[in-house]
Design a protein around this ligand. Structure first.
Ligand code: NAD
Length: 378
C-alpha cells in the first residue's frame, strides 16, 4: 500500500505531519512510504533523514497525490488538490468539517475516504491517536508562556532584600486538556491560579493541580456522552459572567479555552468585564479561531482595551512546532498502525470500528458520518 505524506503549505505553519521516527515505524509495517521533498525542514528534519528511515523522497506533489492509496497531511487539503487523488484514496488530516461543508462535498464527489482527525472519539483506546488532546496540551502550555511574556510582572513570588514580590494571579476559564496544561504551566512558573468550567467534574482535577476552583452556581449544566460541555442558556451565561467578572478583576492574567463541540465558542468576557480589570492585565483568547471567548478579540492580533491587553494568536501549538509535530506524527502513526493488517500489508478501513465510525466523513461517494450529518443539517 502506497502512503504519501504531503508537505504543509499553509502560511506560517511550521508543524510537520510526520517526523523520521514515525516514518521508520510505517516502513517497518511494510508500507511503501513516499514523502514530499522538504516535508520536515521547518522542524530541521532533512530529506536524507526520511530516506534513512526507508521513505522515498519525491519533488512532485502531483505525482504523489495521483499515485497514493493513502495520503497523510497536517491541515485540510486545498480544494484544487482533491481532484488529483485516486478514487478510493484514504485521506487523513485535520478537516474542520463543520466549517468546511464545501470541502467535504468535494471529497465526497471525488470518492475520497476522508478521515477527520478531530472527529476521533475521545475514548481510552483512541487516546494514542487523539490530535485534539496532543495539540491542546501544547497550546495550553504556549498560552501560559505567552501570558508570562506579555505581563510586565513576574509570575512567582520572590522574597529579596529589595522587598517581597507578590505572585501573579492567573484565572483559567475552560478546563479541558488545554486549560489543565495552562493551569499546570502557570503553577510551575509560580503563579496563584484559579479556574472555572461549566462541567463540575473538573473541580477535582483543578484542585489536584494546586489551583482553586471558582464556584458559580449555574444549576444543571452537565456534559455530552463524549465529555463535551453543553451550551448554556442565556440566563446561565449571565450568571456565569457575573461570577467570573469578580475573578477577572482580581487576576493579572486570564486564559480562556472554552469550546463547544461543532459549534461557535461561547462569548464569555464582554467589554464591561474587561473594563473592570486592572490596566496592564493580559488576556489570552485560545478560542479565537472558533469565534472567540472574549468580545473584540481578533485573530493574530493584540488589542488594548482600557489598558488591558487581549491576545488572539492562532495556532498556539505551532509556536512549539517541533514538540507539536512529534506528537501529531505519533498520533497519525498510531492511527495507521492500529488499522494496519500485517498480513495483507494494507490499512483496513473497518467501518464497524467505533474510531472509524467517528472519524470517517466521506466514503465511496457518500457522507457517512452520522455526527457530521446531525450537526451540519442543523
Ligand atoms: P474543549 O476544547 O471542547 O473545551 C474546553 C473546555 O471548555 C471544556 O472543559 C468545556 O467544558 C469548557 N467550556 C465550554 N463552555 C464553557 C463555558 N461557558 N464556561 C467555561 N468553560 C466552558 O475540551 P477538550 O479539552 O477537548 O475536552 C473535552 C472532553 O473530552 C473533556 O471531558 C475531556 O476530559 C475529554 N477528553 C477525553 C479523552 C479521552 O478519554 N481519550 C481525551 C481528551 C479529552
Amino acid at each position: 500500500m502506497r502512503i504519501a505524506v504531503i508537505k504543509e503549505s499553509y502560511p506560517g505553519e511550521r508543524r510537520v505531519p510526520l517526523i523520521p521516527a514515525t516514518a521508520e515505524k510505517l516502513v517497518k509495517l511494510d508500507a511503501e512510504l513516499l514523502i514530499e521533498s522538504g516535508l520536515g525542514l521547518s522542524c530541521r528534519f532533512t530529506d536524507a533523514e526520511y530516506e534513512k528511515a526507508g521513505a522515498t523522497v519525491s519533488t512532485s506533489r502531483r505525482e504523489l497525490l495521483q499515485s497514493a492509496d493513502m495520503v497523510l497531511r497536517l491541515r485540510k487539503p486545498p480544494a484544487d488538490e482533491i481532484e488529483l487523488m485516486k478514487k478510493g484514496c484514504i485521506h487523513v488530516s485535520y478537516l474542520d468539517p463543520f466549517n468546511e461543508a464545501e470541502l467535504v462535498e468535494l471529497l465526497r464527489r471525488a470518492g475520497i475516504s476522508a478521515v477527520s482527525l478531530e472527529m476521533i472519539p475521545r475514548s481510552t483506546v483512541a487516546q494514542k491517536m487523539d490530535v485534539l488532546s496532543s495539540q491542546a496540551n501544547i497550546g495550553g502550555y504556549a498560552a501560559a508562556i505567552l501570558a508570562a511574556e506579555h505581563l510586565d510582572k513576574i509570575f512567582p513570588m520572590m522574597t529579596t532584600p529589595a522587598g517581597t514580590i507578590k505572585p501573579a494571579r492567573v484565572f483559567v476559564i475552560g478546563v479541558g486538556v488545554a486549560g489543565l496544561q495552562a493551569i499546570a504551566t502557570a503553577k510551575r512558573l509560580g503563579a496563584v491560579v484559579e479556574a472555572f468550567d461549566t462541567r463540575p467534574v473538573v473541580e477535582e482535577q483543578v484542585k489536584s493541580l494546586g489551583a482553586k476552583f471558582v464556584k458559580i452556581d449555574l444549576g444543571e449544566t452537565g456534559q455530552t456522552k463524549d465529555g463535551y460541555a453543553k451550551a448554556l442558556t442565556p440566563e446561565q451565561l449571565a450568571v456565569q459572567k457575573e461570577g467570573m467578572a469578580k475573578a477577572c478583576a482580581r487576576a493579572d492574567v486570564v486564559i480562556t479555552t472554552a469550546q463547544l463541540f461543532g459549534r461557535r465558542a461561547p462569548r464569555l468576557i464582554d467589554q464591561n468585564m474587561l473594563a473592570g480589570m486592572r490596566p496592564g492585565s493580559v488576556l489570552i483568547d485560545m478560542a479565537v479561531e472558533s469565534g472567540g471567548n472574549i468580545e473584540g478579540s481578533e485573530l493574530d492580533t493584540i488589542i488594548e482595551v482600557s489598558g488591558v491587553k487581549v491576545i488572539g494568536f492562532g495556532n498556539l501549538p505551532g509556536r512549539f512546532a517541533e514538540t507539536a509535530s512529534q506528537m501529531y506524527s505519533a498520533n497519525i502513526g498510531n492511527f495507521v498502525e492500529h488499522f494496519w493488517d500485517k498480513q495483507a500489508k494494507v490499512f483496513q478501513l473497518n467501518r464497524n470500528d467505533e474510531i472509524i465510525k467517528g472519524a470517517l466523513i466521506t466514503h465511496e461517494g457518500e457522507i457517512v458520518s452520522e455526527m457530521y450529518k446531525s450537526i451540519a443539517n442543523k
